[in-house]
Design a protein around this ligand. Structure first.
Ligand code: GTR
Length: 431
């Protein structure tokens, strides 16, 4: 009996913690479109009191705030309103980085007066030829800034990091981690097109494991006697999104950057984060979600691929504790993820899926955009403008954009090519 119990424990562990193949073999995961349950989505344009929202003003004055509050209370948790003083320091600058094509700058944002306390390191690559302020892509990354490029000038992250990534030993980055995520950041292409890239390590804000919110930035906001966030207060995604807004605060002060043209980007759990950051902080001019899936762009009610229960069980620290009430009870959620995209309206949002990334439910990601369209139209924008999923490798959309490309869960050059075209279009540059 004991051996059997141990075996099940072990098997469950393998299933839960091995990415890719194990996920697609889980018997509790639905990948059959015909088994997607019937569902009714909450209507983005019907207020909680039943009133139909039919003007942009009503949306702006009442409904938008109502939806934002629902996401705070039930999904991601509230972000503390308290402003903390943040000090920035330019740590290093190289005017002839990447063979003279880029300016590389590293800036640290300190969140307390203790320089060894919580802080966030920004890596900035700007085109060397830039005249004046440049638009930038801003995104958090999984492997530390040194993972973005095998550029020996970048400071090595000293923060806790998940083991398993290239060059990570005993939860710390080593020299061998330089460039570990280079294929996810199309640095040359971004620079060639006249954009800058600003990245930071997500673990600077909250290391990605469930420690009861003792490390990272959460404790900076506890009221006296508080030891962890209340059930309706922020989890890790909330903290990561908060960091993106602090990065934007800094960019507003940096005269090499056009802070009115910042596209916030993220992949996977960090795609969930870029959407939540863009929903809360309207200074982000464009929002991009790459393969963000459950709790990101995908509709929770479809229960295709990863579900609310599966994500809450595996990553209890990502969302607020209240979100767990909706494990296996998606129909009770007062929102669904199309309303998260609607919060970004009328600003451009781009959602990308990958054909083999069924865990993230590509169709559910697409349908969220379709259902957000009515809000875009109410605000005088075209939205996505299509209701049928486009063929693979065929981007679609107007104010909002979508593609599903061949391949699996990753950020590829193809994805970046679409984001650059989208940014060109919306930032009104030549395409
Ligand atoms: C998976 C998780 C997804 C996605 C992904 C990632 O294990 O189930 O929701 O966020 O991780 O961030 O890479």
């Amino acid at each position: 009996m004991r051996t059997r119990a141990l075996f099940f424990f072990f098997a469950a562990g393998v299933i839960l913690f091995s990415p890719g193949v194990a996920q697609t073999q889980r018997p509790d995961i639905n990948y059959d479109e015909s088994k997607v349950p019937q569902y009714v989505l909450p209507d983005a344009l019907t207020m909680a009191n039943g009133e139909r929202v039919s003007t942009a003003k009503r949306w702006r004055d009442k409904r938008r705030g109502e939806i934002l509050q629902l996401f705070e209370e039930h999904v991601y948790g509230t972000t503390p309103g308290k402003k903390i003083p943040v000090k920035s320091e330019v740590i290093a600058a190289d005017k002839a980085a990447l063979g003279g094509t880029a300016i590389r700058k590293e800036v640290t944002l300190y969140f307390t007066s203790d320089k060894n306390g919580p802080r966030m390191d920004l890596l900035m690559y700007l085109p060397a030829t830039a005249k004046g302020r440049v638009p930038v892509f801003l995104g958090l990354g999984f492997s530390g800034n040194q993972g973005v490029r095998a550029d020996p000038g970048i400071r090595l992250s000293t923060q806790w990091m998940r083991n398993g990534g290239p060059g990570v030993v005993d939860n710390r980055a080593t020299e061998a981690s330089r460039g570990a995520s280079a294929s996810s950041w199309a640095v040359e292409k971004i620079l060639e097109r006249g954009y800058g890239l600003v990245t930071a390590y997500y673990g600077d804000l909250d290391p990605d494991f469930d420690d009861g919110f003792q490390n990272g930035i959460h404790p900076l906001f506890y009221h006296p006697g508080q030891t962890r966030p209340d059930p309706g207060e922020w989890g890790s995604i909330g903290a990561w999104a908060w960091g993106l807004s602090r990065a934007l605060d800094y960019l507003e002060k940096d005269d090499s950057v056009d802070a009115k043209r910042v596209a916030v980007f993220g992949h996977s759990r960090l795609g969930k984060t870029s959407l939540w950051a863009g929903a809360q902080d309207e200074r982000f001019a464009i929002v991009i979600s790459n393969d963000s899936g459950c709790g990101g762009a995908a509709l929770s009610r479809r229960r295709f691929g990863e579900t609310v229960k599966v994500i809450n069980d595996a990553f209890p620290h990502w969302f607020c504790a209240n979100f767990r009430k909706y494990s296996d009870a998606e129909d009770k959620l007062p929102v669904d993820q199309h309303m998260l995209l609607a919060l970004i309206a009328p600003r451009p949002v781009y959602v990308a899926s990958a054909e083999e990334d069924r865990w993230a439910d590509p169709k559910g990601e697409f349908l969220s955009l379709v259902h957000a369209d009515q809000v875009y139209r109410l605000l005088g924008k075209e939205g996505l403008g299509v209701t049928d999923m486009p063929p693979v490798n065929t981007p679609a959309g107007k104010t909002t954009g979508y593609h599903i490309r061949t391949g699996g869960h990753a950020v590829t050059d193809y994805d970046w090519a679409q984001y650059l075209n989208f940014a060109d279009r919306h930032f009104r540059r030549a395409n």
